[in-house]
Each structure stands twice: as C-alpha cells, then as structure tokens.
Design a protein. Structure first.
Ligand code: SLL
Length: 217
C-alpha cells in the first residue's frame, strides 16, 4: 500500500561515483580524436539501481540522439568524439519516493591535466570522476524500504584498488590532511593577530610621540 508518508527526522545518504574516462584514438578514420565513457555507479562499482528509476545523460547537440536514457544499469554512455563539453546527468527516483530528479553537471574531460615538463604516455586513459553523496531527508516509508535494502557489500571499500580510488582509508587520510591544514591555519591566524597587536602598540607610541612633539612646538 502506498502511504507516501514521510519519516520525520530520518536522513539517508547514498554514496555515488560519477564522471568520465577517456582515451586518445591512436588510429583515426574521422575527425574523432577520443573514445570516452561517462558513468554513474556506486563508488565500489556496485549496483545502485535498487533506489533509482531512470538515468538520463544529456550530451552536446552535435551527438545524434543526444539525450540518452537508461532504465537500468549500467548507467553509462560510451562514445567517440572530438571535443569537451558539459554533460548533465539527471537521476530520477521511483515514483513512490516522491523525490524530484537530481541533476549532476560534469565537464567531459578528454585531455590530461597540464604538467609542465611531463608528457602523458600515449594511450594512457584520462580519469575525471568524483565521489559524491545523494542525501534523502525524510524519505517516504516506501522509499526508505528501497534505500535500506541490502546493497550487496559495503558501499565504500575499505581500501582503494585499481579504478576504485574512493575508500574509507582515503577518507581517513583526507580528514587527517584537513585537520593538519586547520591547525596550520589557526597557527598562522594567531601569529598574524600577534603581529597586529605589536604593530598597534607601536602605532600608539608613535601617535603619543607625535602629539608630544606637536604640543612642544
Ligand atoms: C568544443 N564546445 O567546441 C565544445 C563542443 C562538442 C563535441 C564539443 C561530436 C562527435 C560527433 C563531438 O565530439 N562533439 O560528431 O558525433 O570543443
């Protein structure tokens, strides 16, 4: 039975990974320079279709049939082309969820990042993908059931391996880096505060001296 009742105070987050990989075409028959795949999946490569109704990838108008829709996994488009452009990935949730679709904006990247003095090995894929989380607040009871169904294994792997670069271990390392940075920022902040205080004290002395000189003359 569909109640559509929302669960007060409940927030559920689902990790996702999206973006593209691209490789240069070494033998070219057309003006196409690269083969690429844009995708949406779980960070562990796992299936996320149990809470998704449909995924649409909106490609540049220069592509034939540029709105590609998928009712099931894998949610990905592989194409060849010649240019970079923004891809809109629109995620639709099951009707019983009452959720509006979510759009992700991704810049298709074909070319390696600029690294002065370093050349990119021929045929090495360019990766441009991201970790993100879909947050559902106060889901309907029906959607809650779907969201909490066993996803088949951990949602985020413990350790990174191969193409699965987003791991709990990486998250811990990133948190440590952020903590170190925060301590450095606080340290710098205190240092500058001290400098301002010293400068203000010097300024006060100088002002007093000027006032004394002015009244003496
Ligand atoms: C650019 N503003 O000029 C971008 C547009 C469009 C890329 C890039 C089409 C492939 C085909 C294709 O690769 N379009 O002909 O099927 O770089």
């Amino acid at each position: 039975m569909k109640s559509g009742k929302r669960m007060k105070g409940v927030v559920i987050s689902k990790p996702i990974m999206y973006g593209n990989i691209a490789t240069e075409l070494l033998s070219r028959k057309t003006d196409h320079t690269h083969k690429w795949t844009v995708f949406l999946r779980g960070p562990n490569g796992q299936d996320i279709s149990y809470f998704i109704h449909k995924v649409e990838f909106k490609l540049h108008e220069t592509f034939v049939n540029n709105n590609r829709a998928f009712k099931g996994p894998p949610y990905e488009v592989t194409e060849t082309g010649w240019g970079e452009f923004e891809i809109i990935t629109k995620i639709y949730f099951p009707p019983a969820s009452g959720e509006k679709p979510i759009s992700l904006y991704h810049m298709l990247k074909l070319y390696p990042p600029d690294a002065p003095g370093q050349s990119w090995p021929k045929g090495k894929p360019v990766n441009n993908f991201f970790y993100d989380e879909l947050i559902f607040s106060e889901p309907t009871e029906e959607f809650f059931e779907m969201l909490t169904k066993d996803a088949g294994g951990p949602e985020i792997p413990l350790k990174a391996s191969g193409n699965q670069v987003f791991s709990l271990e990486a998250e811990v390392a990133e948190c440590k880096r952020l903590e170190t940075a925060a301590v450095q920022v606080t340290g710098k902040h205190d240092e500058y505060k001290d400098r301002v205080r010293t400068a203000e004290a010097e300024l006060a002395i100088l002002r007093r001296d000027i006032a004394a000189l002015e009244s003496a003359s």
